[in-house]
Design a protein around this ligand. Structure first.
Ligand SMILES: Cc1ncc(COP(=O)(O)O)c(C=O)c1O
Length: 419
C-alpha cells in the first residue's frame, strides 16, 4: 500500500467514515481510486481492476467516456446549473429524448439528481394523484437512502435510523408474490405499487412469467399507480431501454438515475403519464429542488441518450449478453457445486453460489484477480455482475478467465474464519 493511500485511509478513519475504513481494512482492500478509463480503474499503487460493478450502472458507458466528457466541457462553456424556476431549451431537449424512448403514454419528465430523491418524488406524485397514502413495495428492494425511498425498501435500513415504516402507510411484500399484492390492494387505499423491476440488492432474482404485467393490471384494478424503479435495470442494461417494458409492462411512472449521469453529472428522472403528473396542472411549484433540471446535467444526460440509442451500442449489448450467457453456463458446469445458478437478463447478472457468504467470498477472490464486483447486500450468497454496456470482447474474455480462477479460490476461502 502506497504512503499516499495509507495517509488517505488514516485521515478517512478520522473524518470520513470509521466503520467503512475498518471494513476495507478487514478485507485487505484499502482502495483509493487512481487513473480510470473505460472498463478499467487503478488504485494509487497502479493495480488495475476491471469494473464489473459499474456502480450499479453509473458507469454504463465506462469510466471517463470521451463523448460525455466533451459534452460536459462544451456545456460548461455555455451554461451553469441554470434556474429551476424557468423552462429551458436544454431541459426540453432532454425531456423530449427521454419521452421518445419511453412508452407513448408517458407525457412529462421531472429531473432530479439522485435515484432515491426521484423515488421520493414519484411516490409523492402518486399520493397526490390518487389522494391515498399507502405504498406497496418489495421487502427485498433497495430504492435509496432518502426518507420515502428508504422506508419503501428493505425495512431494516430504515429501522437502523429509527425510522421504521409506519404500517398504516407502507406494506412490504415478497417479490413474485401476486397474491400478497392483491391482498393489500383489496384495502383500496394504495397510492403506489413500487417495484424494482429486478431487485439488485437481492441478487437479481428473475421475475416469474408475466409478473410485471400482472403488477400493472392489479395496481390499476384497485386504483393505484405502478412505479417502476429502473435505476439499475434501465438505460439499455436489459437490452431494451426499460426492463419493465421488455417484460411487457407499461407503468405509470418510470424512475431512472445512475447511468443518466454518464458517470459525470448526477442526474435522475421521473418519467410519468398524465395521471401521475396531475399535480403539475394544479400547482407546479408544489415540488421543487434547487437542482431540478440542472442545465449542465441535462446536456450530459441528453448525450447519454444519444449514445444509448445507437444501433452499434445495442449490438454490443446483445453480443455481451450472448458471450456471458455461453461462458457463464460453461463455468457453471465446471464449478457446479459452488456456482448454483446464473441469473441473467441482458447484462443484468447475478451469480448465485451454494454458500450463504459465497457472493462475498467471490467478491474478495475476484479483487485479488483484478476484477471489481460486489456481492448482493441482502443476499450475500449472490454476486452482482454488471459490465459497462460498451465493454469489448477482449475485456469480457479476461473477466471470464479471472472468474474461473476466482470461483476455485472462493470455494476454498469460504471455510476460513475471515469471512
Ligand atoms: C434500484 C435502485 N433504486 C434507487 C437507488 C437510489 O439511487 P441513489 O443512490 O442515486 O439515490 C438505487 C441505488 O443504488 C438502486 O439500486
Amino acid at each position: 500500500m502506497s504512503k499516499e493511500s495509507e495517509k488517505i485511509y488514516a485521515e478517512a478513519a478520522k473524518i470520513w467514515n470509521p466503520d467503512r475504513v475498518a471494513t476495507f481494512k478487514k478485507f485487505g482492500f484499502e482502495m483509493v481510486m487512481g487513473k480510470r478509463q473505460g472498463s478499467y480503474f487503478e488504485d494509487l499503487d497502479g493495480h488495475k481492476y476491471i469494473n464489473m460493478h459499474s456502480n450499479g450502472g453509473v458507469f454504463n458507458l465506462g469510466h471517463r467516456n470521451f463523448e460525455i466528457r466533451q459534452a460536459l466541457i462544451d456545456g460548461a462553456e455555455l451554461v451553469d446549473a441554470g434556474n429551476h424556476y424557468f423552462p429551458s431549451r436544454y431541459k426540453n431537449e432532454l425531456n423530449e429524448k427521454l419521452l421518445a424512448v419511453s412508452p407513448e403514454s408517458m407525457k412529462y419528465v421531472f429531473t432530479l439528481n439522485g435515484g432515491g430523491e426521484a423515488i421520493d418524488a414519484a411516490v409523492k406524485f402518486a399520493r397526490r394523484a390518487t389522494k391515498r397514502q399507502r405504498v406497496v413495495s418489495l421487502s427485498c428492494a433497495f430504492h435509496g437512502g432518502t426518507g420515502i425511498a428508504m422506508q419503501a425498501g428493505n425495512p431494516k435500513l430504515a429501522e437502523f435510523f429509527n425510522m421504521a415504516p409506519n404500517p398504516k402507510f407502507y406494506t412490504h411484500i415478497e417479490y413474485n408474490n401476486l397474491e400478497q399484492l392483491e391482498t393489500v390492494l383489496r384495502k383500496n387505499d394504495t397510492a403506489a405499487v413500487l417495484i424494482e423491476t429486478i431487485p439488485a440488492t437481492a441478487g437479481f432474482p428473475m421475475p416469474v412469467e408475466n409478473y410485471h404485467r400482472e403488477v400493472q393490471r392489479l395496481a390499476h384494478q384497485y386504483g393505484a399507480l405502478y412505479i417502476a424503479d429502473e435505476v439499475q435495470t434501465g438505460m439499455m442494461r436489459s437490452g431494451q431501454m426499460w426492463c419493465c417494458c421488455k417484460f411487457g409492462a407499461t407503468p405509470d411512472m418510470i424512475v431512472t438515475g445512475k447511468g443518466l449521469s454518464g458517470g459525470y453529472y448526477p442526474m435522475s428522472a421521473v418519467i410519468m403519464n398524465d395521471k401521475a403528473a396531475s399535480w403539475m396542472k394544479i400547482d407546479g411549484f408544489a415540488h421543487t429542488s434547487s437542482f431540478n433540471g440542472t442545465e449542465l446535467g441535462c446536456i450530459v444526460a441528453a448525450k447519454v441518450l444519444d449514445i444509448l440509442k445507437r444501433p452499434t451500442v445495442k449490438q454490443n449489448i446483445d453480443q455481451l449478453t450472448e458471450f456471458f450467457q455461453q461462458n457463464l453456463s460453461k463455468l457453471q458446469q465446471k464449478h457446479r457445486e459452488f456456482l448454483l445458478e446464473v441469473r441473467q437478463c441482458g447484462v443484468i447478472m447475478g451469480l448465485k453460489t451454494a454458500h450463504p457468504l459465497g457472493g462475498q467470498a467471490l467478491m474478495v477472490a475476484l479483487i485479488k484477480n483484478g476484477v471489481w464486483a460486489v456481492m448482493a447486500d441482502f443476499d450475500k450468497s449472490v454476486l452482482q455482475f454488471k459490465p459497462n454496456l460498451l465493454m469489448d470482447q477482449a475485456t469480457a474474455k479476461k473477466v471470464i478467465s479471472r472468474l474461473d480462477k476466482a470461483l476455485t479460490e472462493a470455494q476454498q476461502m469460504i471455510s476460513t474464519p475471515t469471512l
